[in-house]
Structure formats: structure tokens, C-alpha cells
Design a protein around this ligand. Structure first.
Ligand code: GRF
Length: 186
């Protein structure tokens, strides 16, 4: 059984989808660590509900990004993590993590990259008037949403309801992330 970590900063619906798929043996892996840079985030509660060990920290408690990333790397190594899945982790991954886990970190983005990178991919695409929306899973490097693309799934949406669109995008994310992790671990 493979060992994976999920990093998140917010609600954690993707974390929930991944951990549930592991519990149901749809993925041959166990989430051995959830890393969160916002101790009050809902994802911390979700991790506790699923008995997933969590490292929730406040970046301001560390002198620098390298310092908190060193701590993350130690915990990842202690837990034997092979693959890191970023799922709404709202930080650029720094050199310390990349040096330790480069090539083994993936991210999910709620738009068809290279279009609409950044923190507001869904809103930016919607406001642009896009009609084909989608989700991208990509390798993580030092750029913002810029690493090599691993998987994408798109769909047409002509509606005008951004909340409905968001729900559709999240539904695609949850399926595509589980499928992609499965493929990568095979
Ligand atoms: C997702 O839309 C993901 O693509 C983006 O951040 C969001 C996280 O949502 N990177 P959640 O916390 O998994 O619900």
C-alpha cells in the first residue's frame, strides 16, 4: 500500500474525496499525513474525522518558508510519504520541499491550464466568458500553476450561475484527482 500526503488550506473537499477513495480501496494508498497552513481550516476537522494525522501550522510562527518546509519534510519522511497531492494548498512550494520531493508533488487546479492560473481560476474564466471549463492536474515546480500537465478534463457550460459552475468543477475535480492518483501509483 502506497503512502500519500495531502496538503490543503481550506475546505478540503478534495482531501475528503481522496481519503474516502483510499478507505474504500479505490486507491491502493493510505493518506498518512494532511498538511495545512491554516489551523482553523475545515480540512483539519475533516482529517480528524477520518483519523488522518495532521500537521497544521501557522507560517508566521516560523522565521522563514525554509524553516516550516524543513519541518514538513521531516514529517513527510517520518511518515514514509511517496507522493504529495496539493489540494487547495494556497502557497507556492519552496526550494526545501522541491529539493526533497521534486517530481513527486502534484496539484489540482480548477481551470484548463495554461489558461487562468492563480487563486481565482474559476471566477477568472467565468468573467472572461469562457464556455469550455475544466480541471487540470499538473506536476509542481517553482512556478505558479506552471508545471507539466498530467491530466485534464473539460466540459461545456453556457449557464450564468457561478455557484452552479463551481459545483460542477468540484465534482469533476473529485473524480479526476482519484483517477489520476491511481494511475500515478500503478
Ligand atoms: C479546488 O478548486 C482546487 O482546484 C483549488 O483549490 C480548491 C480547493 O477546494 N486548487 P477544496 O478545499 O478541496 O474543497
Amino acid at each position: 500500500m502506497h503512502k500519500i500526503a495531502v496538503f490543503a488550506s481550506g475546505s478540503g473537499s478534495n482531501f475528503e474525496a481522496i481519503v474516502t477513495a483510499c478507505e474504500k480501496h479505490q486507491i491502493d494508498a493510505e493518506v498518512v499525513l494532511m498538511v495545512c497552513d491554516k489551523p482553523q481550516a475545515k480540512v483539519v476537522e475533516r482529517a480528524a474525522n477520518h483519523h488522518v494525522p495532521a500537521f497544521a501550522f501557522s507560517p508566521k510562527d516560523y522565521p522563514s518558508k525554509a524553516d516550516f518546509e524543513r519541518e514538513i519534510v521531516t514529517r513527510l519522511q517520518e511518515a514514509g510519504v511517496e507522493l504529495i497531492c496539493l489540494a487547495g494548498y494556497m502557497r507556492i512550494v519552496g526550494d526545501t520541499l522541491l529539493e526533497a520531493y521534486g517530481g513527486r508533488i502534484i496539484n489540482i487546479h480548477p481551470a484548463l491550464l495554461p489558461s487562468f492560473p492563480g487563486a481565482h481560476g474559476i471566477r477568472d474564466a467565468f468573467e472572461y466568458g469562457v464556455k469550455v471549463f475544466g480541471v487540470t492536474i499538473h506536476q509542481v515546480d517553482a512556478t505558479l500553476d506552471g508545471g507539466k500537465i498530467i491530466a485534464q478534463r473539460g466540459f461545456e457550460y453556457y449557464g450564468r450561475d457561478i455557484d452552479e459552475l463551481e459545483q460542477k468543477i468540484h465534482a469533476v475535480e473529485h473524480i479526476l484527482y482519484v483517477e489520476t492518483i491511481n494511475k500515478l501509483l500503478k
